[in-house]
Design a binder for this molecule. Structure first.
Ligand code: FDA
Length: 307
């Protein structure tokens, strides 16, 4: 119930104004978003790389509804890639893109978003970075998978995300087997209608387990993106059963959610990539993190009370 309300609020302009105007919201947001500038992102990358982690960087922004906004966000990614290269930490890093931020929802948006993404891929290739296309709500899945497939023809390092709450995902995973694509597996962060999505957490978890097995057995590069230790144990077993070494798949977690579990993965010698969002447009991302774990709302309110 609270989770559904927070998910709705993540798309509401009024709720956005209210949350952003709390004086100390920023201090709470810092737990999940380590800064607003490219320099902050590079500094956070350096810190994480020094601890044996790699990163995927997200310039925050979504649902951009004007061409200038999409262009500006594309330019922010190009500036980020240049800054990473300049700092000597581009090699092995990844950037995560939301196609809605690249203009996907504009008239002719598929072409606009694909063109911006291609520009970012070219810049990423030049500095040794990879690119992953985040997955948004179910109405965007066909377009995002098609853009991923088209980009892979020139940039094989382009990854897609599959959400196990969606009923279509086993079919999408079967279609991707044989492409060798980098595939990030997530449970799904968007509130979706029953017609297209599993509603009960236990069902989504079972679907996630089945998808781990299928992904590990495929020729794709699995990126197991979860903070759920049971799923990570399952991934370790499935990787072993599929004959994969530790370099043949990776674990991914969102910045600030479970640092101790990240450390356990590093200590076990696993490839651990942290999703590092930065920028001023943190509202939608932050609200989805609250919705995933309503206990975070108490954390948020406590911090506000102690301001
Ligand atoms: P689950 O929700 O079952 O949580 C397991 C445990 O993790 C919880 O018990 C809690 O301890 C902890 N936890 C989880 N979320 C937390 C939070 N916000 N705060 C504190 N603790 C928390 N989704 C999407 O739709 N499209 C996408 O492109 C992506 N991309 C993406 C990248 C990466 C690297 C990750 C890790 C996740 C995503 N997601 C995503 C989000 C994903 O769909 C999902 O909503 C969250 O990862 C939460 O699900 P878990 O698998 O962690 O399990």
């Amino acid at each position: 119930m609270l989770s559904a309300t927070l998910n709705r609020a993540s798309r509401s302009t009024r709720a956005r104004r209210a949350v952003e105007s709390f004086p100390l919201t920023r201090r709470v947001v810092d737990r999940f978003v380590p800064g607003e500038t490219t320099a902050d992102a590079v500094a956070a990358t350096r810190r994480l790389v020094a601890t044996g982690r790699t990163v995927t960087l997200d310039v925050l922004g979504e649902d951009v509804l004007d061409p200038a906004g999409a262009r500006a966000l594309c330019d922010s990614y190009l500036a980020l890639l240049a800054a990473l290269a300049e700092a000597g930490c581009a090699d092995g890093a990844d950037v995560s893109l939301k196609l809605s931020a690249m203009g996907q929802a504009l008239p002719g948006g598929t072409t606009i978003a694909a063109d911006h993404a291609a520009e970012i891929c070219a810049a990423a290739a030049a500095v040794g970075c990879t690119v992953t296309l985040d997955m948004e709500d179910h109405t965007t899945v066909d377009s995002t998978l098609a853009i991923g497939a088209a980009l892979r023809a020139s940039y094989p390092f382009v990854g897609n995300v599959l959400q196990t709450n969606l009923r279509r995902t086993p079919g999408d995973l079967a279609d991707l087997d044989g492409t060798g694509a980098r595939i990030r597996l997530v449970k799904g962060a968007y509130r979706e209608p029953e017609s297209v999505a599993l509603q009960r957490k236990a069902e989504v978890d079972r679907a996630y387990e089945r998808a781990i097995d299928a992904l590990m057995a495929s020729d794709c590069h699995p990126m197991i993106a979860t903070h759920d230790p049971a799923m990570l144990d399952r991934a370790v077993r499935a990787a072993g059963a599929a004959g994969r070494g530790t370099g043949d798949w990776e674990v991914q977690m969102l910045y600030g959610v479970r640092p101790a579990l990240e450390q356990r993965m590093v200590d076990e010698g696993r490839r651990m990539r942290v999703y590092l969002p930065f920028g001023t447009d943190w509202y939608g991302y932050f609200m989805r993190r609250l919705a995933e774990r309503p206990a975070n709302v108490a954390f948020f309110l406590r911090a506000l009370a102690h301001r």
